[in-house]
Design a protein around this ligand. Structure first.
Ligand SMILES: Cc1cc2nc3c(=O)[nH]c(=O)nc-3n(C[C@H](O)[C@H](O)[C@H](O)COP(=O)(O)O)c2cc1C
Length: 276
């Protein structure tokens, strides 16, 4: 790439952010599909399997840190996991906190969830990949937010290898109890926001992982958001049609212990080594 090409790509990237609020270059008669009264897409993806596993919803047995400021201050990225089992209740709590549906607005206009979303579009699906979660076989799952349940998509013998490959070689993530893969169902946001849908999708995704970070911190677990996903690898595993839906974000969460602080810090040894 020459300097002109690089500059052009940089400006394109910037406009992706600014165009959300600019009308420049948009035909005056442009209307989104919602304005054109086209049918609204479903609020969540239909079940992919016939059977679902109901998740527990009574979190009173969980030792939740209710000191809000302590949770905020203790949030950090964790990349070292002890590989002890995670309980089903802990997994349920994490899913509830990042995508749980509290109610439906209108008859079927929008879901109201534990995270905010532009226009309450909630354009994401969550595919947890589990290892060492009590009561559930290791493998690939799909979260059904409308019923707070999970469906088992299947096992695979190469789970750690799949996790590593789908996260662009980040092998540490394969030791987590759960890797949350988040996909975007484009049209759910595009129906309402049309050509302006895409920056808000990314804004929304930050709420999802931040809630996961805080939920994990509140129950003594640790995780780390991951942008460096390999969409093709993940889409194939979850049988997604990338024209409609693509994995674009992930977050491993696992059991952690304070004595692994030095191992955590080793990820940033280069800062000290290079005197940055
Ligand atoms: C959008 C986003 C993408 C990230 N992608 C990665 C990643 O691919 N690999 C990784 O090791 N950390 C990733 N992180 C974690 C950041 O490196 C981390 O948040 C940052 O170093 C600050 O550390 P802290 O979260 O402990 O405050 C990501 C964080 C965010 C919010």
């Amino acid at each position: 790439m020459n300097e002109t090409d690089i500059r052009r790509r940089i400006l394109l990237g910037r406009s992706f952010i600014t165009k959300f609020s600019e009308e420049e270059g948009v035909a005056e008669d442009y209307e989104t599909d919602q304005t054109l009264k086209k049918p609204q897409p479903p609020l969540a993806k239909a079940p992919m399997r016939e059977q679902a596993i109901a998740l527990p919803t009574d979190y009173s047995a969980l030792p939740i840190d209710n000191d809000f400021l302590h949770v905020i201050n203790s949030r950090a990225s964790h990349r070292v996991y002890t590989q002890e089992p995670m309980s089903l209740l802990q997994l349920s709590f994490l899913l509830w906190c990042c995508q749980g549906v509290k109610s439906v607005r209108g008859r079927a206009y929008a879901t109201l969830r534990t995270v905010p979303s532009g226009g309450a579009r909630h354009p994401f699906e969550c595919y947890p990949v589990l290892q060492r979660v009590e009561g559930l076989p290791d493998g690939l799952y799909h979260y059904l937010p409308l019923t707070h349940s999970l469906e088992f998509l299947g096992a695979r013998a190469d789970l750690p290898d799949f996790i590593t490959r789908s996260l662009s070689g980040q092998a540490w993530a394969a030791k987590a109890n759960v890797v949350f893969y988040f996909s975007c169902v484009f049209y759910r946001a595009e129906w309402r926001y049309g050509i302006w849908a895409h920056a808000p999708i990314l804004m929304d995704s930050g709420h999802v992982t931040e809630n996961l970070y805080l939920a994990a911190a509140a129950i003594g677990l640790g995780g780390c958001a991951i942008a460096a996903v390999d969409p093709a690898c993940a889409n194939e595993a979850f049988t997604l049609d990338p024209a409609e839906e693509t994995v674009f974000y992930a977050m491993p969460v696992g059991t952690v212990r304070p004595s692994d602080r030095a191992a955590e810090d080793a990820f940033y040894a280069f800062v000290r080594d290079q005197n940055l």
